[in-house]
Design a protein around this ligand. Structure first.
Ligand SMILES: [Zn+2]
Ligand SMILES: [Zn+2]
Length: 111
């Protein structure tokens, strides 16, 4: 009888651990799927060009950009990453010529 309860408690523990493990895996998969979805969405948005809320096409390749963190102004390359070696900030947004800001589609990666 003692052995039976011992086995039962082990079985319950195994079920709880397995359940928690399955939950963690499911949560990890879900996060992965959400992130993959966001990356795909960002890629798709960038494929059609980056647009400000008024619908202007925001140049993403050969314009000049100003880092919103340190004020460093640079040209082309990746407008989302400040090339100033002392800064290296990820630009949270770029400004359209009309003055409206467009948030970085890659921003979610740095939350
Ligand atoms: Zn900077
Ligand atoms: Zn605009």
């Amino acid at each position: 009888m003692h052995l039976f309860f011992g086995l039962l408690s082990i079985a319950i523990r195994v079920v709880i651990v397995a359940g928690a493990g399955a939950l963690a895996i499911a949560r990890g998969l879900f996060t992965g799927l959400v992130l993959t979805g966001q990356v795909v969405q960002a890629r798709r948005r960038l494929a059609n060009g980056l647009h400000c809320p008024r619908g202007h096409l925001v140049e993403t390749e050969s314009a000049t950009y100003s880092c919103s963190a340190c004020g460093y102004t640079y040209e082309g390359g990746s407008q989302w990453l400040c090339p100033n070696p002392e800064c290296g900030a990820t630009t949270p947004y770029v400004n359209c010529w009309c003055g409206l800001s467009v948030s970085s589609p890659y921003r979610f990666l740095h939350r």
